[in-house]
Design a binder for this molecule. Structure first.
Ligand code: F6P
Length: 342
């Protein structure tokens, strides 16, 4: 059997661990693996490399990023290239395609599967927003980076009697903000699922000061939005793939708190630092398990499936289950975090 794999969408720690697991598992079953470069683009342009179960592959377990490269492709360009993709796969003698990516990539996988391509999906994203899986790999590593940053901001905030705003990634969901905020003992957390009222944010911070505290840490997800009619926000720009550009909500909140409370406020945007570097042990294990299970599913001919963590076990779900809607922070998780704030 000949398996192809690719990584697509924003990179995250753990992609190489999946690639390694795919190659090693395939080799153990007498199958070979090729990798397409730069995500869908490489598949459309037939840019591929043979991957061998050798020392080089063995060593990528701990490396961040993806040795295959990644990228995004406009949806129209991708769907318009389906015949070319099928021809490329057939010319290369590919029997199965393992696609590793987030919501957009898995939608692409579903599209190819519907057009007769034998596909298995592996969910990744630091945002942890893919449905039908408890966790995507990359999330734990991002939370570790954000938590470390919050720990460091505590000491400088306390020394200067400042309010520190920490803006973390999370376009549509607040998983990173919630987990890093809880792990880092943040005094306020703002997430896209619950539009915030800046007056309430200021009241909570003012209450801290009245109790004798002199500093505060607020973690805000990049996709957090003010409740309607509470605060003017500039319209977001859109990139060439139709994705909104984020990255200024922290500064806006800092400006408001500074003016309304006359406090000394600073804002830090963690940005792509959260996506770089070596994966945590949890992500290495999860990514490896996903790679092993996806390859075994491909070897068994179980196509149109996505590997997913359900409790302790890795299971197979359908593409429809994985990409139907995003996995948002549920109310019970939000409520338990709320009781610790202030
Ligand atoms: O989807 C993952 C993610 O890291 C988001 O959290 C973030 O908004 C986005 O990618 C950033 O994308 P880009 O690398 O295109 O700036």
């Amino acid at each position: 059997m000949r398996i192809a794999t690719l990584t697509s969408g924003g990179d995250c720690p753990g992609l190489n661990a999946v690639i390694r697991a795919v190659v090693r598992t395939a080799a153990g079953h007498g199958a070979t693996v090729v990798g397409y470069e730069d995500g869908w683009q490489g598949l459309v342009e037939d840019r591929r490399v043979q991957l061998y179960d050798d020392e080089d592959i063995d060593r990528i377990l701990t490396r961040g990023g993806t040795v295959l490269g990644t990228g995004r492709m406009p949806v129209d360009e991708f769907t318009g290239a389906v015949d070319r993709v099928k021809a490329n796969l057939s010319d290369a003698g590919i029997d199965a395609l393992v696609v590793i990516g987030g919501e957009g990539t898995l939608k692409g996988g579903r599209f190819l599967h519907m057009h007769g391509v034998p596909v298995v999906g592996v969910p990744k994203t630091i945002d942890n927003d893919v449905n039908a899986t408890d966790y995507t790999f990359g999330f734990d590593s991002a939370v570790a980076v954000a938590t470390d940053a919050i720990d460091r901001l505590h000491t400088t905030a306390e020394s200067h009697d400042r309010v520190m705003i920490v803006e973390v990634m999370g376009r549509h969901v607040g998983w990173i903000a919630l987990h890093a905020g809880m792990a880092g003992g943040a005094h306020d957390i703002l997430i896209p699922e619950h539009p915030f009222d800046i007056e309430d944010v200021c009241t909570r911070m003012a209450r801290r000061f009245q109790m004798g505290e002199k500093y505060g840490i607020i973690v805000v997800a990049e996709g957090a939005v003010p409740a309607e009619g509470t605060l003017e926000m500039a319209e977001r720009e859109v990139d060439q793939y139709g994705h909104e550009k984020f990255g200024n909500i922290g500064a806006l909140i800092a400006h408001e708190i500074q003016n309304r409370l006359d406090a000394d406020v600073r804002s830090t945007v963690l940005g792509h630092v959260q996506r770089g570097g070596t994966p945590t042990a949890f992500d290495r294990v999860l990514a490896t398990r996903y790679g092993v299970h996806a390859t075994k599913a491909a070897l068994r001919g179980e196509f149109g499936t996505v590997v997913a963590l359900r409790g302790e076990a890795v299971s197979l779900v359908s593409f429809d289950d994985a990409v139907g809607s995003l996995k948002v922070v549920p109310d019970h998780r939000w409520e338990s975090a709320l009781s610790l704030l202030g």
